[in-house]
Ligand binder design. Sequence first.
Ligand code: ZN
Ligand code: FE
Length: 255
Amino acid sequence: MAAEIRLFTCLSDNFGYLIHDPGTGATASVDAPEASPIIKALDKEGWRLTDILVTHHHHDHVGGIAELKQRYGCRVVGPHDKQAKIANVDQRVAHGDIVKVGNLLARVLETPGHTLDHIAYVFDTEKALFAADTLFSIGCGRVFEGNYPMMWDSLLKLRSLPDDFKLYCGHEYTASNVKFALTVDPDNAALKARAEEVARLRAAGQPTIPTLLGEEKQANVFLRADDPEVAMKLHMKGAGAAEVFGELRERKNKS
Ligand code: ZN
Ligand code: FE
């Protein structure tokens, strides 16, 4: 039986995610922004939480862990951060580790930059990437703890996944990302198509996630920092990809 994925809003613009293995009944929450919407989503399906897969230490991703762990006695999997900023973690994972959720397998990718401890979870069989705050649709996370070359390298790891994988990211930031992207990449047909789709979805009160990684590779300017055309648009002809990426990120910060 195929895995089931549910998405819902937590806090103001975070996504909550549940991934359920019908074979074993196991259910994981990817991050835990806050407990109540996650409990509500579990109750709606009649699922019981067995695991929480944490991506990084920011409060809007870990705020619900303590309450959920107390309620369900679930296992908490988190990044292998030496400073142990995340409480209640039972299992620490590093790049290449495999996490089991029932019979589902998640592969851990270390994607530092937004934070140094940031990891993503890839369910290869389900073709699902949970990228949290490293890669957003038409954007990427702010670089708080790492540097631009580090974040660019993390984005390359995600970009190397197959086109038919779905991106499940940490926040509903797509509309604001589209607005910025159109200022630097206005002639990109894939971006323009995505802009129309996003406007339609938001007008209907629908989430813009998930989205296909293959479409993201075409439409997301932050994944195209090594495209000479993007460097040209920024008047950075000949500059390295990490440098172009840094310029994009700084412009977005100021936008
Ligand atoms: Zn964050
Ligand atoms: Fe976040």
